[in-house]
Design a protein around this ligand. Sequence first.
Ligand code: FAD
Ligand code: HEM
Length: 390
Amino acid sequence: MPSQQTIDLVKATVPALRAHGEAITTHFYQSMFRDFPAVKAFFNQAHQANGSQPRALAGAVLAYAAHIDRLEEIAPALPAIIQKHVSLGIAPEHYPIVGQCLLRAIREVLGEAATDDILAAWAEAYGELAALLIAAEEKVYADTAAQPGGWRGTRRFVVARRVRESDEILSLHLRPEDGGALPAWLPGQYIALVLDIGGATLRRNYSLSAAPGGDGLRISVKRQAGGVASNWLHDQAVEGTVLAVTPPAGEFTLAEGSRPLLFITAGVGITPALAMLEAAAPAGRRIGFVHAARTPAVAAFRARIEAIAAAHAGVTPRFRYSATAADAPEHGRIDAAALAGLLPADGAVDVYLLGPAPFMREMLGLLDTLGVARERVRVEFFGPKEALAG
Ligand SMILES: Cc1cc2nc3c(=O)[nH]c(=O)nc-3n(C[C@H](O)[C@H](O)[C@H](O)COP(=O)(O)OP(=O)(O)OC[C@H]3O[C@@H](n4cnc5c(N)ncnc54)[C@H](O)[C@@H]3O)c2cc1C
Ligand code: HEM
């Protein structure tokens, strides 16, 4: 625990820094990417351009600072950060770089108010948080590598099969090139691909879209207009291509137990939910699986979901298409009618929600009106976490 003087100084400056959150993050990332280009390769530049990553990191540091004497309040936010860092291969030597650039940003934002005492207090506070994350991340790296079939860093996987799932979504079946075993992993988790494209190294996360148990891993990638990795995977990752893959990670995973499940997904957000559905259906759980897409042509996995429902009486699938003709079957957005009969009267349900942030906000509002408590709803983001409250 830092000294009381450090706690007081850090907490006293949080409001000023929060008020200038944007300035901090702009300074921070600009100077870090300028002075430490090797670190830049870890960050998805699209998340910089839309501001989601700068907001996530600055938000986490400020939340930590505001709760520096009550760390239990921010503890629930840490596993997602740790898992994301581990998936991307963040190492202890990166932390001083982030710390140095963050302190410089704080100095520039606070101006003359940034006394030596204040900067020293922030350095100490950052150091504590960094030490906590480094230790937790090292434990995950070591535990993962020690598992049967586990590894650390990247492992070479061969594209064994490509399957077109819709006009936009392509599945890649990946097998370890060394023919070795795979570690145990949990449905809902993701891997990262480390790709060299056009002379640059990129890291991209992809959820595992089939339940554990086979001899490989499956990812399902949506082709994004202007997207570097997704277009490369669609166009260049042919059968036989070798990809560098990090171990499965992530904490958006299926809760144990027998409670009914409700999956609500949009677009390619279906991927981790499908792996969870495949794992949960044979256990006889009552499951609602509600999926939204713009049109049937871009929607993936409908036949697979219907086959699971046909084989398991507890599974009820529903589909909605927002961009079809108004009188087309299943036209429209997911609404109360689409969820009718899928929510137990006592509200004891585990909801898994994944899609674009505006979709998730809309669905949280709908679930509120249907009386589902927020703590029953788990969300995942295909990018840095964003605020969904409201
Ligand atoms: C945990 C997790 C799981 C995921 N699972 C899946 C999955 O199962 N399937 C899947 O398809 N995706 C998944 N993703 C998303 C995936 O990681 C990639 O973000 C996605 O494939 C897009 O990458 P890209 O390189 O093709 O696009 P990028 O090159 O990152 O671009 C994304 C978009 O931003 C725009 N853009 C890029 N740079 C800029 C800029 N400087 N200014 C303005 N606009 C810009 C591009 O035009 C494009 O529209 C997941 C992400 C996470 C974090
Ligand atoms: C105390 C220090 C740090 C804090 C509080 C922090 C916080 C965060 C948060 C909140 C996220 C978003 C997680 C999510 O919602 O997915 C994140 C992601 C990330 N962090 Fe950190 N981080 C720290 C240090 C570092 C360091 C040292 C690096 C290495 C350069 C790093 C690299 C990344 C990357 C690459 C991502 C994913 C970015 C993306 O999706 O574009 N972080 N971090």
